[in-house]
Design a protein around this ligand. Structure first.
Ligand SMILES: N[C@@H](CCC(=O)N[C@@H](CS)C(=O)NCC(=O)O)C(=O)O
Length: 226
């Protein structure tokens, strides 16, 4: 594999940040090589490509590294114009997509991380916060015009991709933590949005089986609690 050319994704396991980049590359039909990083023993290349955060994902395009998943998604959209657009043309609609993507990425995802790494009251509080934020997202969707029922998935945009990377495996999370996030009575729009995406082959193909993910999440949690 020539590191100086083509498209290479440095990712790791089931990392949601990496899955969103994989999904965007697949949506755009971009061929790429994948380097699976061991995050307990990061490659010198990864450290060299992302010296600031030292994290995956890093996308290397023609030898040039791009870090930070949301930055990578926008880069992909700007460089590969042929595939479906990930961001809307209209500046206001684009701003709204960026706003909600950042809300999902910075707010809801961080609460998930807290649920994963905590117990007792701290964990209960984090679960409560996810519900409060899902309510805000539901209200936001009521007035938004970005696509939520996706058909064959070819029209997925940046927000759909980010949503999938966080809630695409919500059933795994729900099983491991015995909680329910996708409550149709409370969040009908969010629930139908995520259900329409998780059934798509494009999204299903990103992950191993439900059972295998449950096992992985349980062992990740055990390590996080040590
Ligand atoms: N803000 C970054 C976060 C990336 C991130 O947290 N990556 C994790 C894997 S999901 C990682 O590389 N962790 C290794 C470490 O923290 O040392 C992004 O959006 O790309």
């Amino acid at each position: 594999m020539a590191e100086e050319s083509g498209v290479i994704l440095h990712g790791s396991g089931e990392s949601p940040h990496c899955k969103r980049v994989e999904l965007a590359l697949k949506l755009k039909g971009i061929q790429y090589d994948y380097v699976d990083e061991d995050l307990t023993n990061k490659s010198l290349l990864l450290l060299q490509y992302n010296p600031v955060h030292k994290k995956v994902p890093v996308l290397v395009h023609n030898g040039k590294p791009i870090a930070e998943s949301l930055v990578i998604l926008e880069y992909i959209d700007e460089v590969w114009k042929d595939g479906p657009a990930l961001l809307p043309q209209d500046p206001y609609e684009r701003a709204k997509v960026r706003f909600w993507a950042s809300f999902l990425h910075q707010q809801i995802f961080q609460d998930f991380v807290l649920v994963l790494k905590s117990e007792g009251q701290v964990q209960e509080k984090a679960i409560e916060q996810i519900h409060e934020k899902l309510k805000l997202l539901e209200e936001g969707l009521e007035t938004a015009s970005f696509p939520r029922v996706i058909g064959d998935g070819k029209d997925m945009g940046l927000l759909d991709v980010v949503m999938c990377s966080i809630f695409g495996i919500h059933k795994v999370f729900e099983e491991v933590f015995c909680v329910k996030f996708m409550v149709v009575e409370k969040y009908p729009l969010v629930t139908s949005w995520i259900n329409s995406m998780t059934e798509l082959p494009l999204v299903k193909d990103l992950y191993p089986s439900h059972e295998s993910l449950v096992g992985k999440l349980r062992s990740f949690r055990e390590r996080a609690l040590k």
